[in-house]
Design a protein around this ligand. Structure first.
Ligand SMILES: Cc1cc2nc3c(=O)[nH]c(=O)nc-3n(C[C@H](O)[C@H](O)[C@H](O)COP(=O)(O)O)c2cc1C
Length: 198
């Protein structure tokens, strides 16, 4: 079976699923707007309930005035390594949708749909020669303020996008963790016919 990055798939899958991982060592290279927008193009084509497309992305490219303000939304532990990213992205979702009768109703699948869009972005990022590292370690209230987000939107996560650097460029305590992680076996989370709790 396919083995890449010391990750072995037990069933045949495309290599991209093993090639994508979340490094922290980034080179500090810049990314052009054209290259970055191509990554969001992949997210654009994600599926969503009723084709609502509730995902929203706010980006800052390294070398632009926005980079510092988006970087400051991240927890300090994430800023330590994400400061070398080529771009920082804040992912939001629209939590409500307008019904045909003009009411704002909670959109049950806003987070699920936005997760699909994030993963399309992550795979396209890897295919483009970059890596995407998601972060929940962010200050959501600060993000709402800094980005000027109104009600009916939720800040979901941030993503650092960059080119892979040597682990030796990381602070010492992060170097050891700088490797693709493993996964539970399929039998732990895929069940035929009936749910099995842990
Ligand atoms: C929603 C989400 C939040 C995450 N938050 C953080 C974070 O705050 N800091 C961090 O270093 N990594 C974060 N990660 C990265 C995960 O730890 C990583 O995806 C997981 O260990 C699997 O490893 P892999 O992506 O290298 O396959 C996050 C990933 C996801 C999907």
């Amino acid at each position: 079976m396919t083995e890449i990055n010391h990750r072995r798939a037990d069933h045949p899958i495309h290599s991209i699923f093993l090639e994508r991982w979340s490094p922290r060592a980034f080179t500090g290279d810049e990314i052009s707007e054209k290259d970055l927008l191509a990554l969001f193009e992949a997210a654009r084509w994600a599926p969503s309930a009723s084709n609502n497309q509730p995902w929203r992305f706010v980006y800052a490219r390294r070398g632009t005035e926005h980079f510092a303000s988006l970087l400051e939304i991240l927890d300090e532990g994430n800023q330590r390594w994400a400061k070398k990213a080529s771009a920082i992205v804040i992912i939001l979702s629209k939590t409500h949708r307008l019904t045909s009768t003009g009411e704002m109703r909670p959109a049950y699948t806003h987070a699920f749909d936005t997760g699909a869009a994030w993963f399309a972005l992550a795979l396209q990022t890897r295919l483009a020669g970059f890596y995407a590292h998601a972060m929940a370690g962010i200050d959501r209230d600060k993000a709402m303020r800094v980005l000027g987000v109104p009600e009916h939107y939720r800040v979901e996560a941030a993503v650092a996008i960059g080119k892979l650097a040597d682990p030796s460029t990381l602070p010492e305590d992060l170097r050891e963790r700088e490797k693709p992680s493993q996964r539970k076996p399929l039998g732990d989370f895929v069940f035929e016919g009936r749910f099995k709790a842990d």
